[in-house]
Design a binder for this molecule. Sequence first.
Ligand code: ATR
Length: 288
Amino acid sequence: MILSGKAGVAGVMGWPVGHSRSPRLHGYWLRQYGIDGAYIPLPVAPDRIEQAIRALPALGFRGCNVTVPHKEAAFRCVDRLDEAARRMKAVNTIIVQPDGTLEGRNTDGFGFMANLSDGAPSWRADAGPAVVLGAGGAARAVVLGLLDAGVSTVRLINRTAAKAEDLAADLATGPATGPGGAIDVIPWDQRGPALADAALLVNTTTLGMQGQPALDLDLTRLPPRSVVTDIVYTPLLTPLLLAAQARGNPVVDGLGMLLHQARPGFAAWFGQMPAVTPDLRRFVLEGL
Ligand code: ATR
């Protein structure tokens, strides 16, 4: 791509950033839509993150994505937050406003829900309880997405119960704040029985990722029509998804969450809401 002097510039700040798929993903869209723009990797050490974020307007950047380990620091140093970032206490997308101020957003919950509706169009928020395994940053996005979509009960299960309790306390909505669902924290050793009558099972732990042990979970109690999804996408079909598929459950892999979470940022920086297509999936997979 040959840039003009007017090209819009965005990027991704991480440390390290070499593993990020975002430059490949945004680069595909820039080329597909013929946009005069660039999206570049920005390796930023933790002790310089605030300085780097604050420099975005001075450098004429339209904004950037923020990845590990900077999402919480970005939350603290932008000027304004959207609702999702405020509730998640983490920012993954920064938009430089026309007046030079910085808006922090979090699009991970959007990415999770968009991937779920793409991959399992028959799933409905009112179909029954959702079981979420894990209580890290990804779980926060998933639980928030599910509650906002109208799921009435999320069963949250994490090896370290205190982290699940913290997440539940942070995100719980109640009748006072709107329709709001409940988050029930369930002990890790009850994860098998907790699958009874679940309409959705989500793994947000790192178990099943390449180089990690598989998730040890007995699926016997899981209803046959429950949708199973994993946010891990290396491998694309984790041992959990393979086991669920083998017993006939619909499964949704995690790659689409990465692709969909990127769309709102691209739209804000480059003026075009990009599409997630089979070709894009193939292109990003080739780069894994
Ligand atoms: P992220 O922010 O990407 O979600 P994270 O904060 O490192 O990542 O969270 C990883 C999740 O995987 C946590 O829920 C973690 O459980 P703990 O809170 O108990 O650490 C879970 N996890 C990682 N290894 C695990 C293992 N061997 N058994 C059970 N859970 C594990």
